[in-house]
Design a binder for this molecule. Structure first.
Ligand code: PGA
Length: 260
């Protein structure tokens, strides 16, 4: 059985004392059982990467960011490059989160460029896709997700190696209205089938034998519903927002993944 991926998205929360406390609490909670059967990571605001590097380096917890520049370097005021986050030991970067797409008008093309930058530095992109409530009510959810993936597909054949796609329906994020197990399974399975049919993945990915692409679910995952969602055949893990701010809840979710 492949390991499940539990990724925290800390958004724009916290402070130095908050992160010292959160990281130390996580370390204490996994001291006697170091989560060997789970790939756990926290995606942080940039200023706290150094703390993760300091405190998590000898643990099984990885870390990363919630965005990245599409360019390598240059006169891009306010941007942070993939190379810079790699220097702080990052293994992951979230891209295309709907909160960024709405607030900063990110285009699919920009997101595809960011995806490639992350891969250039041997880190793992976590590409968020998902439909709005209006789109779901109109029965368009699969078309929407497919078109979000299409821009990436146009970039080249093997780019989905060592990558994570997070299905995050916009209506489920921060709302206490998680997708139902049926909705989560159906979309995660659709994403794998679509990429397989485009010959962008080895055919055996669908059978969960390919270790290189994971499709995870995000949106109101908590310590109560995690086990049910993580047990689904095509859900390879979870992207956790609010519950990653609380060490106990985050580790409880990791333990649910561990017990599958
Ligand atoms: P949530 O956020 O778990 O608080 O719903 C998920 C996300 O935005 O990735």
């Amino acid at each position: 059985m492949n390991k499940k991926f539990i990724i925290g998205n800390l958004k724009m929360y916290g402070s130095i004392p908050f992160y010292q406390n959160l990281f130390q609490n996580i370390i204490n909670l996994i001291q006697n059982d170091p989560l060997k059967e789970v790939e756990a990571a926290l995606c942080l605001p940039y200023p706290y990467l150094y703390l993760a590097k300091e405190l998590f380096e000898s643990t099984n917890i990885a870390w990363g960011t919630q965005n990245i520049a599409k360019d390598n370097e240059g006169p891009f005021t306010g941007e942070v490059s993939a190379q810079m986050i790699k220097e702080f030991g990052s293994s992951y970067s979230i891209i295309g989160h709907s909160e960024r797409n709405t607030a900063y008008c990110e285009s699919n093309k920009n997101i595809a460029q960011k995806f490639m930058r992350i891969k250039d530095y041997q880190m793992c992109p976590i590409l968020c896709v998902g439909e709005t409530l209006i789109e779901r009510e109109a029965g368009m959810e699969k078309n929407v997700v497919q078109s979000q993936l299409q821009e990436l597909i146009n970039c080249g054949h093997e780019i989905f190696d060592n990558s994570i796609i997070a299905y995050e329906p916009v209506w489920a994020i921060g709302s206490d209205m998680s997708a139902s197990p049926e909705q989560a399974q159906s979309m995660c399975s659709f994403i794998k089938e679509f990429l397989t049919s485009e010959e962008l993945l080895l055919a055996n990915t669908k059978k969960n034998e390919n270790k290189t692409l994971k499709v995870i679910y995000g949106g109101s995952v908590n310590e109560k519903n995690a086990l049910q969602l993580l047990t689904l055949d095509d859900v390879d893990g979870a992207l956790i927002g609010r519950c990653s701010l609380d060490a106990e809840k985050f580790i409880k979710i990791c333990r649910s993944a561990h017990q599958i």
